[in-house]
Design a binder for this molecule. Sequence first.
Ligand code: GDD
Length: 436
Amino acid sequence: MRIEIPREVERFGHVMFHDVQKVYELDAGLKHKRNESKDSDRRVIRRISYESLQHVQEQMAVVVPIKDEKIKLIEGVLSGIPHHCLVIIVSNSKREGIDRYKIEKEALEHIGRFTKKDMFVVHQKDPKLAKACKDAGYDHILGDDGLVRNGKAEGMILSTILANLCGKKYIGFIDSDNYFPGAVHEYVQEYSAGFRHAKSDFSMVRIAWHSKPKIVESHLFFAKRGRASEHTNKMLNNLLSSYTGYGTEIIKTGNAGEHAMSMKLALNIDYSSGYSIEPFHYINVLERFGGIVESPMPEAATKKGIEFFQIESRNPHLHEVKGEEHVKSMSREAMECIYRSPICPEELKQEILEDLRNRGVLKKTEKMSETIRYYPALTKVDMRKFRKVIENEPYAEYLQLDLKGYKHLNGVNGLMREKVVTTDHLPKGDNFLEVK
Ligand code: GDD
């Protein structure tokens, strides 16, 4: 891959937001004999060889969340994921009536035999996984029925634990409703390119779609941003500006469903439910590492900082269209997680309300109700206990045998959000999970 280095960077405490990077060549060839990284340090356009991308991918799990999608779509998505990644499919598809999960599992395992991909499928409502969460001290994602709650975020959190137990250093997410396998392939290459650039072990790569095609008056129109993203990005940027005093448009991937993280970062941030999970990454990293409010943080993260990369993909993004109400509720959840943050200033809260009311997402006098849940960082999970429960499951062959490198430090994690959110809720001490 040939990719430009970020032109701009906004620093915020220990956090670095890199501007969107453009990809010049999707495939830039094999490794040259001369030292690639030494050479690339001086250039504004970097060449990342196939081998270097593969090296990252060998250490990466790609998670595909599924809920009642068409098998043909999922098949295409799987064909796009580079071979060296471990694929974890976390399904929340229907089991009653026609058992869609059974159909998915059979179809996916069949594909796995042909592609010889490292891949496994789990169901979000598997009682074994719920027991593993409970025994491991992480019952936060369990619902009243004792099973993992519904939601894309909840599936992602569960699979992050599994990817960690598989010894992966990176975790990437790819929606299962993508019509273009080529786009899927490109996103994972870009995740890998981002990690190749990263100077810190605490890093995140987010995809800024080049375009999202739609039919407008019987012609193809390539829209630049999604309908929810525009508003989320604006509010996240306004949040940054409210502290720096300078206007900014640095954040262009507020809602990025396609994103990847280093495992160290994934384990050390809090999460929020449903579709607020992606904008909440920005919010929580700012809360934890932005230096706005006092918050304990792992020393390793403060040394090299936390890096956000945003990479503009070349393929258009075409996925299942789920309707106006779906987009509205996604947008509302995104705004709620900004609104409810202890670092959100009062003026921004008013701006958020106004924006939601103007778009008809909230009624004229309606207040922001509390619909999203917050989940503490996965440092809460006792990985050994979690593994114990699942060690006889069919996918146990992918689990790392030796957990010696893991220290479970049953610490107080993250910020506590009560009905009224003030900075008084910040914990005064915290422990973090170090992964060797
Ligand atoms: N495991 C699991 N559990 N997967 C789920 C669940 C669930 O409860 N709900 C949805 N999914 C899967 C879907 O099958 C799909 O593959 C993926 O999660 C995304 O869900 P969609 O409902 O299709 O979301 P979207 O396409 O409207 O929005 C996507 O893009 C947004 C950015 O525009 C999502 O990735 C959003 O999170 C993102 O903000």
